[in-house]
Design a protein around this ligand. Structure first.
Ligand SMILES: *[C@@H]1O[C@H](CO)[C@@H](O)[C@H](O)[C@H]1NC(C)=O
Ligand SMILES: *[C@@H]1O[C@H](CO)[C@@H](O)[C@H](O)[C@H]1NC(C)=O
Ligand SMILES: *[C@@H]1O[C@H](CO)[C@@H](O)[C@H](O)[C@H]1NC(C)=O
Ligand SMILES: *[C@H]1O[C@@H](CO)[C@H](O)[C@@H](O)[C@@H]1NC(C)=O
Length: 571
């Protein structure tokens, strides 16, 4: 079971204060934690969002400051005792902690304050709607309002006495009723939200409407539901722009507007989304039907990425996606480290020009952390070749590379149409298995002898009809010599016409000690992995480009930067 959520709302900020809810803090002193994490070789990430300690997951924005509310266990680095912790930022990169925003206090949330969302009501009034767990362990939806709207930090939140505002009614399983979304307003002026649920094995997004945010009424039919998908956690529903890097307010409407509908599947612990349209008159979401509407569907990220949320960044007119990436080491390791779980780097998200999928790209702000650049141009990598990229600390790095395979397109092996599952294909045809065109890509967080390494790579195939199929894989199976770690190989197809693109394809990897986030072909396919090298850590970590295919590959250009460390909640 898991509950995520998160929210962000923004305001202007100046100070950093860490007080309140004393009883919840105290596990290790800040100095102890700093000692534990200050070593440059630690597995603690440098520029990814992390809580000072313990277990986190899930993200929102308001008025020029970003507020991140995240699910947090104040007592231990495992799931439990869930409260809404709170941090703020002015650039989504440097973060400071604030006191816990919402914690169990009333009969309607005495057993936990689980995920939810923030909505900004007219007059710039933020409101949070979240799932509270009552004494009978029922899941209920509650509101919380800022106590003092003049406080730019939104430090204190008050829960109205009329909570809960949404009670699991007749026919709804009270143990499967959670994670209300940011509300949107229809052309009729009514607000709507959806709550994730299931009926037997049918996953569903139950729809509620309100005029005043206080009295909510259930619609007869859910906004959307799909058989055999199990419980839907953290649903997300929003209109999407097809202008690169642009986003739309959740309440935007208009003819022909496309929507994204995403759910996190409790059964498989993966997310999927569809693109579709929204029929306001019937209050139904209708997928376009281009991709499967189930776990075989499109994913924002084909790796370790769950409980994601988007929010509309009004200041910059973009929609930002944030996901939670859990640890893949052992519970014992988590206790020793004293923390578990990170947020991925926020990504701008928009609709691909072809309308078939979304495109994601790390927010521009992350580039402020780049320093010490290393670059390569026009380097050929023959069959079996490996090239080291030297001259900087590669354990915290941003690497952008463009591969040119134009002279080797004829070497592509035939694609078997039975290969439907990209992850399986990446497991069968790993980075060491010779191929026609590929595998080629990067070895990151590697030792000099390559005993430890995480491979990020492509394989390119050809169909009977002379079309190319591009497969992206991320393989951490040799990332660490320590036994007992969870190291699944991940894969996704890349919807990209390599021939029309002159035989070139790009790859970007954000490497941060125990996380590798990779973006293929400008963000069309993304994969995140957690890895814990024993030797390839800190200054011992090295970076290579490799090619294990028959055909030659050229690095048409590679630029890589060492990444500076931002402020991260006191670390
Ligand atoms: C990172 O984690 C791995 C696996 O638990 C461990 O072997 C390694 O020593 C850790 N590295 C550091 C620098 O703590
Ligand atoms: C509300 O916040 C403002 C700005 O921080 C502060 O000056 C004011 O004293 C606060 N009001 C109350 C009642 O706490
Ligand atoms: C309600 O959901 C819980 C949690 O998934 C499940 O264990 C239980 O069997 C469900 N009850 C019914 C009546 O479906
Ligand atoms: C992250 O951790 C691994 C290893 O413990 C589990 O197998 C995954 O199911 C889990 N992922 C999520 C989304 O909880």
């Amino acid at each position: 079971m898991a509950k995520w959520a998160i929210l962000i709302i923004a305001f202007a900020c100046i100070l950093w204060e860490r007080k309140g809810v004393e009883a919840f803090h105290r596990a290790a002193s800040v100095e102890e934690l700093q000692q534990a994490s200050s070593s440059s070789a630690s597995n603690r990430t440098g520029y990814h969002f992390q809580a000072p300690q313990n277990w986190i997951n899930g993200p929102l924005y308001y008025k020029g400051i970003y507020h991140l509310f995240y699910q947090f266990n104040p007592k231990q680095p495992i799931w439990g005792n869930i409260v809404w912790a709170h941090s703020y930022s002015i650039d989504l990169i440097n973060w400071k902690s604030l006191p816990i925003a919402i914690f169990p206090s009333d009969p309607f949330d005495v057993n936990g304050c689980w995920s939810g969302s923030a909505t900004v009501l007219p007059g710039n009034k933020p409101v949070i709607i979240y799932t509270g767990i009552d004494a009978q362990n029922r899941q209920l939806q509650n509101l919380a309002f800022p106590k003092n709207l003049s406080d730019p930090y939104l430090r204190e939140w008050v829960k109205p006495a009329y909570n809960p505002v949404i009670f699991p009614g007749v026919g709804i399983n009270a143990s499967a009723f959670r994670d209300p979304t940011t509300a949107w307003r229809g052309p009729d002026g009514l607000w709507r939200t959806i709550v994730g649920s299931k009926s037997d094995r049918r996953g569903m997004a139950i729809l509620y409407w309100t005029r005043d945010f206080k009295r909510w009424t259930k619609k007869k039919r859910p906004l959307h539901s799909v058989k055999d998908t199990g419980m839907w956690e953290c649903p997300d529903f929003f209109p999407v722009s097809s202008k690169p890097k642009e986003g739309l307010d959740t309440s935007t409407h208009g003819n022909g507007l496309k929507y994204v509908f995403k759910v996190s599947l409790d059964l498989t612990r993966y997310e999927y989304y569809t693109i579709g349209s929204y029929d306001f008159s019937k209050d139904r979401y209708i997928p376009d039907g281009i991709s499967p509407d189930n776990d075989a569907g499109l994913r924002y990220d084909y790796g370790n990425f769950y409980a994601s949320k988007t929010f509309f960044d009004k200041g910059k007119g973009r929609r930002i996606l944030w996901g939670w990436s859990n640890e893949s080491d052992t519970k014992q390791d988590d206790f020793e480290k004293g923390w578990a779980g990170i947020q991925t780097i926020p990504r701008a998200l928009w609709l691909d020009g072809n309308g078939r999928q979304v495109v994601q790209w790390p927010i521009d702000e992350v580039e402020k952390l780049r320093h010490r650049e290393v670059s390569l141009k026009g380097k050929k990598i023959g069959s079996g070749g490996v090239i080291e990229v030297k001259g900087f600390d590669t354990a915290d790095a941003d690497v952008e590379v463009v591969f040119d395979v134009s002279s080797s397109l004829g070497k592509a092996e035939v694609f078997d149409p039975a290969w439907k599952d990209p992850q399986k294909l990446c497991m069968q045809k790993g980075g060491d298995e010779k191929g026609g065109l590929g595998p080629f890509g990067l070895y990151v967080l590697a030792t000099g002898d390559l005993v430890e390494r995480t491979a990020v790579f492509f394989r390119i195939f050809k169909t009977k009809y002379d079309k190319h199929v591009v497969l992206m894989c991320q393989d951490p199976s040799r990332s660490s010599t320590k036994p007992g770690l969870y190291k699944p190989t991940y894969g996704g197809f890349v919807d990209y016409d390599i021939k029309r693109s002159g035989g070139k394809i790009s790859l970007r990897s954000l490497i941060d000690r125990s996380v590798v986030e990779s973006f293929a072909a400008g963000g069309r396919t993304c994969i995140t992995s957690r890895v814990y090298p024993s030797f390839a850590a800190g200054l011992h970590s090295r970076l290579f480009a490799f090619n294990n295919g028959d055909g030659h590959v050229k690095i048409s250009r590679l630029r890589a930067w060492e990444m500076k460390k931002p402020l991260m909640n006191g670390f």
